[in-house]
Every structure is written in C-alpha cells, then in structure tokens.
Design a protein around this ligand. Structure first.
Ligand code: NAP
Length: 451
C-alpha cells in the first residue's frame, strides 16, 4: 500500500514503556525495510529496560545480558530514549497524537492479583511483585520499609516468580554478593532470621508453571535443603504415561529426586508443597501474620483443585502471594478490566486508529523475555501494513516534542545519561566485589548525567 513517509519525513512512532516489548518494537520498526521510520521510546522512570532491570531475579545475570542487544537498538540514530517522562502526566494521549503518526503501548503489567481470602491485608502479607520491586531497587519500592523478621515464609503459587522470591530469601549473603540485588535488600537479607520457606501449589506437581532449570537451583543452595513429600509428587502410571510435556516430565524427575533425599541438616529449608490452597491468613493482636491455614485439595477430572475440608496451619509470619501480575490502565487508553490488558486485535488497539500494543499489556503476563520479540515484531508488521491509512501527525519533528517537554519543565533523561549511570553503578559494584551496585532513588539517578 502507498504511504506518505519519506527520508525527510519518516514515520514517527512513540513507544510507551522501555521494557523488553518496547525495545523489541523499536528494533522491529528500524529493521523493517518497507518505509523510513523514527522511534521515540518513553519511560516514566529515568532507567530503561523495565522488567529486565526490575523484575528478573538479581542472581539471574545471564538473562539480563539481553540488554546488550537493547543498547544496540538505542545506539541507532533513528531511536531515542526519553526517560523520566510519564504518559498521562508529562505527555498526554492528545499530545502524542499531535506529534506521532502511531503510538505503541508496551507498559507491561505492573499490578498484581489478590487471593481473596481473610487476612490478606495483615502486616507481613504482600504480593511477590512488591517484594521483587523492593529487592531489585525499583524507585517506587526503595523507600518502603521491609521488615524481615519472619522465620517462616509462605509463597503462594508455583510459577517462576514464586521460585525467584523463595531463592532470594534462602540464599546466603555470600551467594547474594554475586548478584546485582539492591544494596538495601542485601543488608536486610543478611540479617534475616528466615529458616523455612513453603512454596504452595493449589494443584499437583504436574500442573506447576515453573521451569526445570529454575527448579533445579533449589538442589544447589549452600545453606538450604529442598524438602518434598513423596506422596505430593506421586503420579500414577497411567497419568504419567499421558504426560507429553517435556518440562512437566523433567520437573517431576527433579521433584522426585528432592523427595528421595535425606535432608543434610542445612540451617534453612525450602518445602515444595502441592495440592494445598491457602484459605485464611491468621494474625496476632498487633495485626501481623502469625500463620497460614491451608486446605488439602484433590484434582477433579478437568484438573481443577477441589478442597477436601482437611486443613493444617503453617507456622509463618510472612505470606507472599505469587499468583500472577496484572496490567494497569493508562489514562485515555481503552482497558479490559477483567483481563487486565488493552483490548486489541493482534496488537491493533480496539476502536483506535494508529494505536498499537505489544507485550504483557497486549496478551497478559506470560512467557519469557524472548517471547516479546516475536510479539512486538507481529504488531509492528500490522502497523507497517496500516501505514497508508495512519492519521499523519502535524507537529511531527523531534524538535517539536523537545520544545513541548522543555516548556512543561520535564527533566528528560537520555540514553547517554543512562549510560553514565550504568557506568557508575558497575564501578560502585566492582569496588565491593559485586557486578553492580544499583542507585535506587530517582533524585540520585537524575544526578548522574552524560558529561
Ligand atoms: P505464572 O507462571 O502464571 O504462575 C502463577 C501461579 O499462581 C500458578 O501456579 C497458579 O496456579 C497460581 N495461582 C493463581 N491463582 C491462585 C490462587 N488463587 N491460589 C493459589 N495459587 C494460585 O506467573 P508468575 O510466576 O508470576 O510468572 C509470570 C511469567 O513470567 C511466566 O510466564 C513466567 O514463566 C515468567 N518468568 C520467567 C522467569 C524465568 O524464566 N526465569 C522468572 C520469572 C518469571 P494455577 O496453575 O493453578 O492457576
């Protein structure tokens, strides 16, 4: 289809959110050869990379090496990073329509889901999302007081996030030193009295969502034994033969290996439990978690958990619900509240022309980082196919956007500024024998600029 874009007046796209799906969208936009394109990637934080910096576990440094590819994208002259610019506040939907031919929403899923049981608001009960944001040094969470006085912790849910938070709670300071965990979290965890962590799956081991590599890490912790009840990971021969999924097969192998081990008497334990649902978080007179009542389940024919009425109380003082992330609505953008996503058809925002979405806010919180590359490329292909019908923006130049942000007093943080902060964090870390020491407060980040 013919389109109006030229090298002098390229297609101008605003990408909202600089996490993996946003950077992959920018990459796909400059890699396509159908038309010249220019991309501005906005983030409300000064730092780029979203969940890679603030979600991926601090001890999974190899996963974070995707940022090398992201740096390449931001080093392309057609792509800019505009950090510390909040959509809906510093720039509205109306502003973006005036300055860009297309908008791509890639804001991820920063909210969390609740259990809907009594006691969820007691002190010491929180979402894994909050805990992850705290130990990864997210500016919104860095100032939060995190009391780590629990000897017993329950983690509800059996996805990879549940494994991440449990592992971080159980690692020694020596083990955590090698990670890029936020300095305040390293200090707090060094003094944590935690002894037992229970990971709780409401269905069977064969229905767990975690992956085998992550599960195996519990067999390698220096100060924690993995404890599994053989009867909770038993699968009858017929059901076992019916399992076609390789990850499930391997997970069962690892869990059975754990269940057959005699604990080595390490000071900490990780208990992997299945077929149990939390029914009530119990509290003491100070309004703090004092236990978690769980009910044993069986599975019905469709594989759903059904309560048996048999309960037990786990001696925990902290409960982390790790039952999935949830998208948050953006001002002036359609939102499907039931699914927690921007309603869309293959990335085209429903009822809007020239507006697109990609990543977790498009399809929900599932998949690994690489999943977002294909997802973003698919949406970009639709955007390019629509190029002839896009509402061409009138004030379409970088200078126009920069002038507007300046007029509003927005302190834009550029990619070169981020690189100065990145160098500083790595140098600080290396001085302490660590890969990185994160700067966690926004005002401090803003103090590090390109010279
Ligand atoms: P997830 O994989 O969707 O797991 C959520 C878990 O919560 C499931 O076990 C689910 O059980 C359980 N759950 C939901 N509602 C519950 C309730 N009311 N009571 C008890 N349990 C409940 O989500 P996630 O762990 O947040 O991970 C999000 C995505 O990020 C996943 O795709 C994950 O693989 C990815 N991730 C990857 C890595 C990595 O690669 N290392 C690390 C972290 C995250 P049911 O199955 O019964 O619903």
């Amino acid at each position: 289809m013919s389109h109006p874009f030229t090298t002098e007046r390229p297609l101008r796209v605003a990408v909202i959110g600089s996490g993996p799906s946003g950077v992959y969208a920018a990459e796909a936009l400059i890699k396509q050869t159908a038309l010249p394109a220019e991309v501005d990637v906005f983030d409300r934080l000064p730092t780029p990379y979203g969940l890679v910096r603030y979600g991926v576990a601090p001890d999974h440094l190899t996963i974070k090496s995707v940022t090398r590819g992201f740096e390449k994208t931001f080093s392309d002259p057609r792509v800019r990073f505009l950090g510390n610019v909040e959509f809906g506040k510093d720039l509205t939907h109306h502003d973006l329509k005036a300055h860009y031919d297309a908008i791509m929403y890639t804001v991820g899923a920063s909210g969390d889901r609740r259990l809907g049981i009594a006691g969820e608001d007691l002190g010491g009960s929180m979402s894994a999302t909050e805990f992850v944001a705290w130990y990864n040094g997210h500016p919104d969470a860095a100032a939060r007081e995190m009391v780590l006085s629990a000897s017993g912790v329950a983690v509800v849910g059996v996805g990879n996030v549940a494994l991440d938070v449990s592992r971080i709670l159980l690692k020694t300071v020596g083990e955590l030193q090698a990670s890029d965990i936020a300095p305040h979290a390293l200090e707090a965890l060094a003094n944590s009295p935690v002894k037992d962590v229970w990971i709780l799956g409401r269905r069977g081991a064969a229905q767990a969502k975690f992956t085998t590599k992550e599960l195996r890490e519990f067999g390698e912790l220096s100060e924690a034994d993995a404890v599994v009840k053989p009867q909770e990971v038993a699968v009858d021969e017929a059901s076992e033969a019916a399992i076609s999924d390789n990850v499930v097969k391997k997970n069962l192998e690892v869990l059975r290996d754990f269940s057959s081990r005699t604990p080595e008497g390490k000071p900490r334990r990780i208990h992997l439990r299945f077929l149990v649902s939390p029914v009530e978080i119990l509290g003491d007179e100070d309004g703090h978690v004092s236990g978690l009542k769980v009910e044993r389940n069986t599975l019905d024919d469709s594989g759903n958990a059904v309560g048996t009425g048999e309960t037990e109380v786990l001696p925990v003082q902290m409960v982390l619900r790790s039952v999935g992330y949830r998208g948050v609505a953006l001002p002036g953008v359609p939102f499907d509240d039931r699914r927690g996503v921007i309603p869309n058809t293959e990335g085209r925002v429903e009822g809007r022309t020239g507006e697109y979405t990609s990543g977790w806010i498009k399809r929900g919180p599932s998949g690994v980082i690489g999943t977002n590359r294909k997802d973003a490329t698919d949406t970009v292909a639709h955007l390019i196919a629509d190029a002839g019908t896009l509402p061409v923006a009138e004030q379409a130049s970088r200078a126009d956007v920069d002038a507007l942000l300046k007029e509003r007093g927005v302190d834009v943080y550029t990619f070169a500024d981020w690189q100065a902060l990145d160098t500083h964090e790595q140098a600080q870390g290396q001085a302490q024998g660590r890969p990185r020491a994160k700067v966690v407060h926004k005002h401090e980040m803003l103090g590090h600029r390109q010279k």
